[in-house]
Design a protein around this ligand. Sequence first.
Ligand code: SF4
Length: 252
Amino acid sequence: MNGSGTATRTGVLSEVFCTFQGEGPHVGKRHLFVRLGGCSVGCRFCDTPDALRPGQGYAVRIPGLEVVRPNPIEPEAAVALVRDAVSRVCALHAVSVTGGEPLEQVDFLEPFLAGLAPLPVLLETAGTLPDALARVIDSVAIVSMDFKLPSVAHTAPSLDAHRRFLRLARRREVYVKVVVNDRLDAAEWDDAVRLLLDEAPDVPFIVQPETRRNGSLATTFSALAALADRATRLGLTDVRVIPQVHKFLGAP
Ligand code: SF4
C-alpha cells in the first residue's frame, strides 16, 4: 500500500537476465529470469542476498542490452522489457519469476503476470503466501514451491501455510523443492513428507543439497540417499536429488 492507503501497482526488480534454469526438474532449460527485490522470509542459506531488500535500481543483462535502470517499474513497462528480452533469445522454455519473494509484491505481480500471456511463466516462491498465490495462479504455468525446514532454513515453522499453498498450486504444474543440509531434523523431514502425502503425493519432490559459499555441498551423498529413500518408503512416488546446477556452470 502507498501513503494514501491504496495498493501500489509499481514493482521493485533486482535483475533481469538470461541463463539456464539451475534447480528442479526443468534444470538446464533456457530461461529468462526476472528477479524481484525484497524478501522477509530470512533463510539462513539464502544465496541471493542482493535481492533481500528493495534496491534503487535493477540490472538488465540480456543479449544486446546491459544496463542498470531505476526502480520502481510499472507492470506494463516490465511486460515490455520481458517481451523485448524474449525476442532476443531463441528457444526460451519459460520466464522464471523469482526473488527475493515475488509474492510479497502481489499488487505488481498480478498485472505483470497477466500481461505476459501467453508466455509460460515459472513462479519460484517460498510457498508461504497462499492468499497472494490465489491472485496470480491463473497466469502461472509452473509453480516451483519451496518447503522450508526450520532446522535448515532457521525460519519459523510454516506447515499450515505450505499446506494451503500446495492445495492452490495443484491447479498448475507444481514441484516441491526442499533444501537440506547435515543439520536437518528427522522429525521435520517426516512432517514435510506426510504433508505431501496428504495433499499431493505424486508431485515431484526435489531434494536440493545446500551449496556452501565455497561451492561444496553441506551434506553427504549417503545422507541424501537416506533422505530420498525414507521419503519413498513413506509413500512419495517421485523423489529426486538435484543440486544447484547453475553453480557448476558459473552461471548467475
Ligand atoms: S525465501 Fe528465497 S530469497 Fe527469501 S530468504 Fe529464503 S532463499 Fe532468500
